[in-house]
Structure formats: structure tokens, C-alpha cells
Ligand binder design. Structure first.
Ligand SMILES: Cc1ncc(COP(=O)(O)O)c(C=O)c1O
Length: 405
């Protein structure tokens, strides 16, 4: 790699903050002992875990630190929430409601449970901006619905969901239905409060908020039926076995603390850069449609997603990489696959247009110069790729029209 690089993929992962690394170091070098052991060094590690749990509980508004279960990250928390509730609720039913734009860490375990015959899943369509209609969730809830899982903020197009309203409606229809939300993307940017949102289960991960990878949590409201999925040593109140990753948990708590301290500054910084890109990209690149909500208030700060007609998103990404810009075509986990993003397809976007999807996600270190660099290089990249394309660049098909409005 030569020359300066511009990192615009903060929704995939964020660089650990220096304060986070500092907080973690003593637990890698001195207090590395097993927190379940009896001697004094181990007890120091156990105390650090307790302090981190209490701090995270306080930051997300949990009534009791015991409601925070540490996991290895967002995927594990999502899997635990879904499998754990379904397994603990077999006498009440097996119906689960979710949406077509969830992360694969939600959709894949549900699909697997359906194949196994232990769950019956209703996957709801979403609105063209990627958000879900709370009334549609309410309509889908039945007497035997044991779980509703709807993400707080979408990782690809930045659409925010009105989780508080969804919870109110679900409770009114069936007070026994458990509600889970994946707050992996929103917790970093917006801050989340379990009582204000009203959910029973909430998924977090540290590495999207300038913390380390390999640390996350599931908030579990007391009284929620949940069967542990990793069995063994009995850690995490027997819900999640495994020797705790003390250093990562300490880093996670520090990252969440910093996110809370810097929230206002982070939001206004990211919104300013985001707005410039959202406004300017469609002006500079012909046949580029912004995807996700149009107004900033309904959109995750820092998220800029679009679909460019008559190019492959992957080819644009490679060219951007050569120009020193690191971006994504949607979720990092599906980068490399030739299928158009399941999120854009669920939003109703024609597959041919969805193939040209790009995502720029801004963070603390980005500057106006980074944004200007994208605006400078992207039009030329798209023009070159279109000129080389074996597919003739014609007038956009009529079903693309609504996406350019
Ligand atoms: C919405 C959402 N949920 C879950 C995950 C998975 O989190 P992790 O990488 O910590 O397993 C991601 C990561 O991209 C995400 O964006």
C-alpha cells in the first residue's frame, strides 16, 4: 500500500480508539488470569469484568448488571437471542417474526431453525427506504408468536426502525411475545436505552464503536425465557460458557463510555460529511440512486449508500481501492458474492440496479478532504467502467425510475 489511504468502511469495523487499547493493556500483560480462579490476580480480573458489566448496564439503561451477558460479538448475540428464546418457548409456540433486511446473523439461524422444524418464520417485507412498518409487525404477531426480531438500524442502507413503537404494538397484541433488536450499528452512533426502546433482548458488539473485535453482549431483561447455547463452565449465569475475554470486555466498556462522551460531537461531524456526499454524489455521477432514507433524521449518522446503474459494485470497489479509498458494496460479510444485496432486493430494487451498490460509512477520523476525494475520483471510475462494459449503457429501464426520484 502506498500513499495516504481513506477509510470509509466504519460500518464493517472501526479502528480501536487509543484509550481503548490503553485500558486493555494491563489485562493482557499483568491481569491475564482466569477470572473464575481463586487467587488474587484472578480476582482482579473478575473485578474488572464486574466493573465493565456494571458500566455497560448503566450506559444502556439496564436495571441490573446481571442483565448483560458477554459474548464474542454481534453474530453470537443474535444467534443466542433467536435460538435461546425458541428453545425456551417450545410449550408456547414456535412462530417468529422478522424482516427481510436483517443481518445474516439473524436470517441464517432462523432459516436453519425452520429447516430443523423448530421454528416457523414470517419474514416481513420493508418499505422502499429499508424501514419496517410497525403496523405490519403488529399484524404478523399471533397467539403462538414467541419472538419478534427487528433491527434498530440497518447496516447497509442506514434505515432506522421505530423500535419503541414496534414494542408497543407487539405488547398490545401479545404481551408474552419476546422482542429482540439488533443494535450493533445504532449503539455506536445513537446510543440506546433498553427501557426507552422497551425491548427484552438487545444485541451489541464492541468493534463497531472503536472497541476490539471479539467482544459483544446480549442484554437480557430479567424474566425473558432464554436457553443458553454454549454449555460448559457455567460462566455468564450459565447462559454462555467460556473463559471470559477480560481485556476485550474492558475495552468494550471503555469504547461504549467514549461513544457516550463523544456522541454529540461524533453525530454532528458524521452528519456534516454524510450530507455532503448524499447531496453531491447523484449530481456528479449520472444514474446514481441514493438508497435508504432520504432525510437525515431517519438515517444512521455516517451512512451513505447508493446504487450505480450499469456498473458492478465490486468493480467500482476495486478501482476505489487502487485510488486509496476503502469502501464496501453493502455488508462486508457478503462482499465477494455476486448476488445483489438481500437488503436492496427486500426493499424492492431491481436486481440489475442493486448489483451496482456501494456503501461509504464515515467515522471519527474522516475529514472533508476524504469526502472530496470520493467526489473527485468516483465519477471517472464509473465512466471508465461503463465504457469498458460489454453490456450496452442505455436509457435506464422503466422500473429503475422510482429509485432516481
Ligand atoms: C447489524 C449487524 N448485526 C450483526 C453483525 C455481526 O456482528 P459481529 O461482526 O460482531 O459478529 C453486524 C456486523 O456487520 C451487523 O452490522
Amino acid at each position: 500500500m502506498t500513499g495516504p489511504r481513506t477509510y470509509l468502511d466504519h460500518a464493517a469495523t472501526t479502528p480501536p480508539a487509543p484509550e481503548v487499547v490503553q485500558a486493555m493493556l494491563p489485562y493482557l500483560t499483568e491481569m491475564w488470569h482466569n477470572p473464575s480462579s481463586i487467587y488474587v490476580e484472578a480476582q482482579e480480573a473478575a473485578k474488572a469484568l464486574d466493573r465493565s458489566r456494571a458500566r455497560i448496564a448503566q450506559l444502556v439503561g439496564a436495571a441490573d448488571p446481571d442483565e448483560i451477558v458477554f459474548t464474542s460479538g454481534g453474530s453470537e448475540s443474535d444467534n443466542l437471542a433467536l435460538r435461546g428464546v425458541v428453545a425456551a418457548s417450545t410449550r408456547r409456540g414456535k412462530h417468529v417474526v422478522t424482516t427481510g433486511v436483517e443481518h445474516h446473523a439473524v436470517l441464517d439461524p432462523l432459516e436453519q431453525m425452520e429447516r430443523e422444524g423448530v421454528a416457523e418464520v414470517t419474514v416481513l417485507p420493508v418499505r422502499p427506504d429499508g424501514s419496517v412498518d410497525p403496523a405490519a409487525v403488529e399484524d404478523a404477531v399471533r397467539e403462538d408468536t414467541v419472538l419478534v426480531s427487528v433491527m434498530h438500524a440497518n447496516n447497509e442502507v442506514g434505515a432506522l426502525n421505530d423500535i419503541a413503537e414496534i414494542v408497543r404494538r407487539v405488547r398490545a397484541k401479545n404481551p408474552r411475545t419476546v422482542v429482540h433488536t439488533d443494535a450493533v450499528q445504532s449503539a455506536a452512533h445513537l446510543g440506546v436505552h433498553v427501557d426507552r426502546l422497551g425491548v427484552d433482548l438487545m444485541t451489541f458488539t464492541a468493534h463497531k464503536m472503536y472497541g476490539p473485535r471479539g467482544a459483544g453482549a446480549l442484554y437480557v431483561r430479567h424474566g425473558t425465557p432464554l436457553q443458553g447455547q454454549i454449555l460448559g463452565g457455567g460462566q455468564e449465569r450459565r447462559i454462555r460458557a467460556g473463559t471470559e475475554n477480560t481485556a476485550a470486555v474492558v475495552g468494550f466498556a471503555r469504547a461504549m463510555e467514549l461513544a457516550a462522551e463523544r456522541r454529540e460531537a461524533d453525530i454532528s461531524h458524521e452528519r456534516a460529511l454524510q450530507e455532503r456526499l448524499l447531496e453531491e454524489l447523484p449530481r456528479r455521477v449520472p444514474m446514481l440512486a441514493i438508497t435508504g432514507p432520504k432525510d437525515a433524521d431517519s438515517r444512521l449518522p455516517g451512512n451513505v449508500s447508493c446504487a450505480v446503474g450499469f456498473v458492478e459494485g465490486e468493480s467500482v470497489l476495486l478501482a476505489l481501492d487502487l485510488a486509496g479509498i476503502a469502501a464496501s458494496s453493502g455488508s462486508a460479510c457478503t462482499t465477494g458474492s455476486v448476488e445483489p444485496s438481500h437488503v436492496l432486493v427486500a426493499m424492492g430494487m431491481p436486481g440489475e440496479l442493486a448489483r451496482g451498490s456501494l456503501r461509504f460509512t464515515l467515522g471519527r477520523q474522516n475529514t472533508e478532504a476524504d469526502v472530496e476525494r470520493v467526489l473527485e475520483v468516483l465519477p471517472g471510475i464509473v465512466q471508465r467502467l461503463r465504457a469498458l462494459s460489454p453490456i450496452p449503457v442505455t436509457e435506464p429501464p422503466s422500473d429503475w425510475a422510482p429509485w432516481f426520484e
